[in-house]
Design a binder for this molecule. Structure first.
Ligand SMILES: [Zn+2]
Ligand SMILES: [Zn+2]
Length: 160
């Protein structure tokens, strides 16, 4: 019997601590202008995981409505004390999917990107590794995700 590892993370002031019950379904490195602005950096690294696999083990998050590039909006889970952003729920996946900000994990090296998205606005000095999966804007998960991750996604959003 195998036990899946868990992954802990938290904010800078350590009021919020959380635990992922498994590895994510997929990891995005997003080079869109919105992520650049929100992070103050060149890209955002988001690990997509079922929200019921995200347990707040200490403190509580504050959910802040925020505009998003899609126009559908996003909800950002922030520490109410230091205001650091821990994860987002985006319009498409709703509250059932959490986009964990990989840099808030205790071991942020654990989840390198599976795909680079919105490379149309990638900052020119960022050089992607040879052979990295990259798309100009967005993509269809059905064409890219591994079967096991698609299975998890189907469990979240059963076909009618
Ligand atoms: Zn904090
Ligand atoms: Zn983005």
């Amino acid at each position: 019997m195998t036990t899946e590892a868990y992954f802990d993370g938290g904010c800078t002031c350590r009021f919020v601590r959380y635990r992922l019950a498994s590895k994510p379904m997929f990891v995005h490195c997003c080079h869109c202008r919105w992520c650049q602005r929100e992070t103050g950096s060149a890209f955002a690294l988001n690990a997509l995981i079922e929200s019921d696999r995200v347990e707040v083990t200490h403190g509580a998050v504050e959910l802040v409505d925020t505009p998003s590039q899609s126009g559908k909006g996003q909800v950002i889970a922030r520490c109410p004390a230091c205001r650091l952003a821990l994860w987002s729920h985006y319009g498409g996946g709703g509250r059932q999917v959490s986009f964990i900000r990989v840099g808030t994990l205790d071991d942020p090296d654990a989840f390198p990107p599976d795909i680079h998205i919105f490379t149309c606005s990638k900052q020119p000095w960022v050089v992607l590794p040879e052979g990295a999966l990259a798309v100009h804007e967005y993509y269809k998960s059905s064409e890219v995700w591994p079967a096991a991750s698609l299975e998890r996604r189907r469990a979240l959003f059963p076909p009618n």
